[in-house]
Design a protein around this ligand. Structure first.
Ligand SMILES: [Ca+2]
Ligand SMILES: [Ca+2]
Ligand SMILES: [Ca+2]
Length: 173
C-alpha cells in the first residue's frame, strides 16, 4: 500500500538525519532524493532491490486513485499537478512552483496520449509500461533504485525542475 503522507514524513525524517552531516544548502536536494528513494523502496514489495513491471503496475494501481481527487476514473491536469505525493510543496518552498508545474505539465501531456486533456486508467497504465522500459538501462526487465531515481520519467522531470542535474545523475545518451 502506498501511503503518500507516511512516505513524506519518512523522507523528511531521513532528511533531518542527513542534514546534520551535510551543508544546509543540500537539504532540499536530499529531501527530493530521499522521497524518491522511499517510493522506490515502497514499490519493491519483495525487497529484492529490483522494481519489476508487476511491482510498478501494482503501485500505479494505488497511485492513480490517490491522484484522482474526484474519483472520476480520469486525471485532470489540475489533479496531476496537485497530487500530494508530488513535490509541489517542496517546489513552492524553493520558489520553483513555475518550474515544477511546467515539468509536471510536460509529463501530463506525455501521458495524455490522445490529447483529451485527461489521463484515463489505460493511458496511465501504458505510460507506466513505457516509462519502465525506458528507465531499464541494463535491460534486465527491472529497475534498480538508481535506474528508477535517475531515469524514470516523472523523476527526470522533477529533477529538472527542482534540483541540479549533477546531484541525482542523468541518463547517458
Ligand atoms: Ca522487487
Ligand atoms: Ca487522454
Ligand atoms: Ca534494470
Amino acid at each position: 500500500m502506498i501511503r503518500p503522507a507516511a512516505l513524506l514524513l519518512a523522507a523528511l525524517a531521513a532528511t533531518s538525519a542527513l542534514a546534520q552531516e551535510t551543508v544546509p544548502a543540500s537539504a532540499t536536494v536530499d529531501a527530493a532524493r530521499a522521497q524518491i528513494e522511499a517510493l522506490a523502496a515502497e514499490m519493491d514489495v519483495d525487497g529484492d532491490a529490483r522494481i519489476t513491471l508487476d511491482e510498478l503496475q501494482a503501485a500505479a494501481g494505488q497511485i492513480f486513485p490517490s491522484i484522482d481527487a474526484d474519483a472520476s476514473d480520469g486525471l485532470t491536469r489540475a489533479e496531476f499537478l496537485g497530487w500530494e505525493f508530488g513535490l509541489a510543496e517542496m517546489a513552492a518552498f524553493r520558489g520553483r512552483t513555475q518550474g515544477y508545474e511546467a515539468a509536471m505539465g510536460m509529463v501530463f501531456d506525455l501521458f495524455d496520449r490522445d490529447g483529451s486533456q485527461g489521463i484515463d486508467a489505460a493511458e496511465f497504465e501504458a505510460a507506466m509500461v513505457e516509462s519502465h522500459a525506458y528507465a531499464d538501462l541494463d535491460g534486465d526487465a527491472a529497475l534498480s533504485a538508481a535506474e528508477f531515481r535517475s531515469n524514470f520519467v516523472v523523476n527526470v522531470a522533477l529533477r529538472n525542475a527542482l534540483v541540479p542535474q549533477e546531484v541525482l545523475g542523468a541518463r547517458r545518451p
